[in-house]
Design a protein around this ligand. Structure first.
Ligand code: KG4
Ligand code: ZN
Length: 339
């Protein structure tokens, strides 16, 4: 029988305070997530100072909750994993310091985890990663295509040159007058509308896997301002469908080309926007046509959570990577750090 390793993981990179207990990087024993969305809604986006304060207020309770749900104590835990970055620095520091305190007080190894590695490893909690694979990472802060030929071997082959896809969703939503975060609301509206606006698809150079969403975002904003000036009626459902079709076509087109060029078995999707129904549907169709396995975590594992940090943390732990008491949060971090 293989030895069981229990990881306690902490995630505070943005506006979710989350603590989880994971067995061998695959089995979820608890995943306590406290979303701060209601506190940030009235400001139309995440306010970093407010996020840090909420993390401080809730951290102890979340650790207790995750241990209790898993029916474990700190004595049972083999290592403490924590999101080191990238993210909001003040928010990250709360998690890093909590993890350091727990590791120090209970004499456990400390494992620094890259937030995006976490999003990728959310897939390890369900279907499991099958190499070689392409990961399409679509969140509020990141849009990336990553090639992996083995565990923790990340090769970033494409990234956004301006806005992240989730950011574009949230900005377009704000222009239509929707609340924060706008991504899920646009997704719902898009299911009811028609593609009447013919927004641009930005492909960049023919061989590029990079993305650019700021042109599309400006096109939507300009079109809406023009319509308003002319006194024309704006149909939010049609704006949503037209915008989402443009985003999905480019994301799916580039992801499929990457899968073919790299000859992979599996496409995994990660990050908050991975819950988008239009994207999920299009990816399902296109991967089926090409006989590529598609892995998308259930929505609660797509948005920020500590379970995914524990899943990645297990492999980082097995690789022998450790943090010490000088570990600091980092607002930006290289995903290829584990190679
Ligand atoms: O991964 P995540 O929880 O946080 C970051 O690390 O950024 O992603 C949050 C982003 C937000 O921009 C939110 O609007 C977007 O994911 N999002 C969606 C959907 N659900 C969340 N965007 C489009 N469609 C959705 N269903
Ligand atoms: Zn995230």
């Amino acid at each position: 029988m293989t030895e069981q390793k229990l990881i306690l993981a902490v995630e505070t990179s943005c506006d979710e305070t989350s603590v989880s207990v994971i067995e061998n990087g695959t089995k979820l024993l608890s995943n306590s997530v406290l979303s701060q969305i209601d506190s940030h809604k009235r400001f139309g986006g995440v306010v970093p100072e407010v996020a840090s304060r909420h993390h401080v207020e809730n951290m102890t309770m979340m650790v207790e909750n995750a241990l209790e749900t898993a029916d474990k104590t700190m004595d049972d835990i083999d290592a403490v994993a924590v999101t080191q970055g990238p993210g909001l620095i003040g928010a990250l520091l709360v998690g890093v310091n909590a993890a350091k305190a727990l590791a120090f007080a209970h004499q456990k190894p400390l494992i620094p985890v890259h937030h995006i590695a976490g999003h990728v490893y959310a897939n390890q909690l369900e279907q499991g990663l099958k190499f070689p694979l392409i990961a399409l990472i679509v969140s509020g802060g990141h849009t990336e295509l990553v090639y992996m030929k083995d565990h923790l071997n990340f090769e970033v082959i494409g990234e956004t040159r301006d806005d992240a896809v989730g950011e574009a969703y949230d900005k377009v939503a704000r222009t239509i007058g929707l609340s924060y975060p706008g991504g899920p609301i646009i997704d719902q509206l898009a299911a009811k509308g028609e593609d009447t606006y013919d927004f641009p698809r930005v492909w960049l150079e023919p061989n590029s896997y990079d993305f650019s969403f700021s042109g599309l975002k400006s096109a939507v904003i300009n079109k809406l301002h023009n319509q308003k000036q002319k006194g024309e009626t704006i149909i939010p459902e049609n704006v949503a469908t037209s915008f989402q079709n443009s985003v999905v076509e480019v994301l799916v087109g580039k992801a499929m080309r990457a899968c073919e060029d790299y000859g992979v078995k599996q496409l995994i999707v990660a990050g908050g926007v991975a819950s988008n129904r239009g994207l999920r549907q299009a990816l399902q169709q296109e991967t089926e046509k090409r006989n590529i396995e598609l892995s998308i975590p259930e929505p609660k594992l797509c948005t920020d959570n500590a379970a995914m940090i524990g899943a990645a943390g297990y492999y980082i732990y097995e690789k022998g990577i450790r943090g010490d008491m000088s570990l600091n949060g980092k607002s930006s971090m290289d995903l290829e750090m584990y190679n």
